[in-house]
Design a protein around this ligand. Sequence first.
Ligand code: OSB
Ligand code: MG
Length: 368
Amino acid sequence: MKIAAVELNVIQMPLNDPFLTHLGAVKNREGIIIKITNSDGVSGFGEGVAFSTPWYTEETVKTSLHMLTDVLIPLLQKAPLNHPEEVSQLFSSVRRNNMAKAALETAVWDLFAKSHSLPLSKLLGGTRSLIASGVVVATDSTKNALQQIEQYLEDGYQRIKVKINPQQDYAFLSEIRRFYPELPIMADANSAYTIKDIERIKALDDFKLLMIEQPLGYDDILEHALLQKEIKTPICLDESIVSYDDARKAIEFGSCQVINIKVGRVGGLYEAKRIHDYCFEKGIPVWCGGMIEFGVSRAHNIALASLPGFSIPGDISASNRFWEEDIITPEVNVKNGFVKVPSGPGIGFEINEKRLQETLLLKETFVL
Ligand code: OSB
Ligand code: MG
């Protein structure tokens, strides 16, 4: 596999509605769309999912651009690659910066799949042709949450995730349960609690949530294990799991019963698949997390979620959940609660060049 050129496109788009968590609001999404082209003129695409500010992880769009430009693209340039599985090892000399790594690594997977005329899902070992779709409600008002839930259920979503924090938990969830007693709901705290809040979190067992996501520290696995012993609701880890080893330790410790896998957070599809395979073997269900991402990353998520261990509807929603118009064509659609896994080569979606140009902030090209 000879990579001849890498193109970095920084784009920006407003969200249909602000995405609110206790950590702040996302109203505009910047992202990095990577195009790599081989010597035969075949192109693969990847997406950098770091945010403009470091609220979710330590990375930002700017740190990603620095890593890509000054470190990762030069590394890729040096190495003769036979398979995308090798990229992860190639980048192992670089500490963390997982979203920057994943942006480039996923583009290599797409390129490899396309040059072998294989759907990416098949290359990864996917077995599903339909992905059960869930959606996230991220607002600070109960009234808005109820309205959004009503709309999303009408759209066919199979599972709702809501954002919670100590200012918005028991009363908020009671009100939702009053209208939707049987709805599959999960609650994501994005580390809004500490172990001192144990009684507060225990009270949430009343709501028969599918799970509670990342209640405690963003890099903790120890206190989550203590908490899990005290509550009935299964804990799902998100922020705490940035590698295969984190997943293994969290499971061995009893820190969680479920893992949310995000390709960007763990540094690419190879690591995501390793986590999946480990969890599958241990009987730990996984689901695919979302990052308010554009179509390229959505497409990679769909391919990943076709693996057999993704047994819970993830945060894989339609393009129109966040965007007036996505940068891929066709857009991601949810039909009867499912997203179809494309059967075309690679990610199975084309880039909407017109939309990419409309949203473009900056473009850089590297000839290798
Ligand atoms: O914690 O899962 C999270 C979005 C951005 C950053 C972190 C998280 C989220 C979501 C998923 O909750 C939103 C989506 O569907 O993309
Ligand atoms: Mg989360």
